[in-house]
Design a protein around this ligand. Structure first.
Ligand code: 5GP
Length: 206
């Protein structure tokens, strides 16, 4: 890891755990930017292309896979494909920004392997009942889909120990402060600041 590599913050956790809201909290910090994933899922009514997702066809997605354009990709809920284009890393580097990835657990594990300096945050729902309530409140999933998401949430929770940080999302205000604190603290890691510290040391005579 060096200061020239962008800081990558991976925010992951079960669907309905409130990841997106916490990602928005991180994005309120100056110097951060969102990685916009590609997906083969159909846009929801409230979504427009290019904000949270770039919507692509299955053929386009497979072409991008073949061309090695993704940092990570996964098929989520055994249905749609989602992937993080590598170009966001370059853009973050060029803009000297910290890059925020909101991705599922399979993707988080892949990204962490490829980018060992990335910081992975697991967003934990306070309980299964709470998660179910949130998924139902969104009103966007069929009964079948709700059960699939809850089953999958349990599987995903079993991977918690692969993460660097866990934020239990039982109080949005506190959880929001926690994710911001993780982002700010990660910027202060010694490994990210070595070059600057060495420069400063020179002023002390090396
Ligand atoms: P949704 O369809 O509800 O927007 O997202 C479904 C799941 O896919 C969520 O857990 C979301 O975090 C995840 N996801 C979104 N983008 C990516 C991505 O680029 N890669 C991976 N692996 N998962 C993603």
């Amino acid at each position: 890891m060096s200061a020239t590599e962008p800081l990558v913050l991976i925010v992951s956790g079960p669907s309905g755990s409130g990841k997106s809201t916490l990602v928005e909290k991180i994005l309120q910090l100056p110097g951060t930017m969102l990685s916009v994933s590609c997906t083969t899922r159909q846009p929801r009514k409230t979504e427009r292309d290019g904000k949270w997702y770039t919507f692509v066809s299955e053929a386009e997605f497979q072409q991008m896979v073949a061309a090695g354009e993704f940092l990570e990709y996964a098929q989520v809920f055994g249905k749609n494909w989602y992937g993080t284009p590598r170009k966001w890393l370059e853009r973050a580097q060029a803009g000297k920004k910290d890059l925020v990835l909101e991705i599922d657990v399979q993707g988080a594990l892949q990204a962490k392997q490829k980018l060992p300096g990335a910081v992975a945050v697991f967003v934990v729902p306070p309980s299964s009942e709470d998660l179910e309530r949130r998924i139902r409140a969104r009103g966007q999933d069929s009964e079948d889909e709700i059960h699939r998401r809850l089953d999958r949430a349990r599987q995903e929770m079993l991977n918690y120990s692969s993460y660097d940080f866990a934020v239990i999302n039982d109080d949005l205000e506190r959880a929001g402060r926690e994710v911001q604190a993780i982002a700010l603290a990660s910027r202060c890691r010694v490994a990210r600041n070595e070059e600057r510290i060495r420069e400063i040391l020179k002023s002390f005579g090396g």
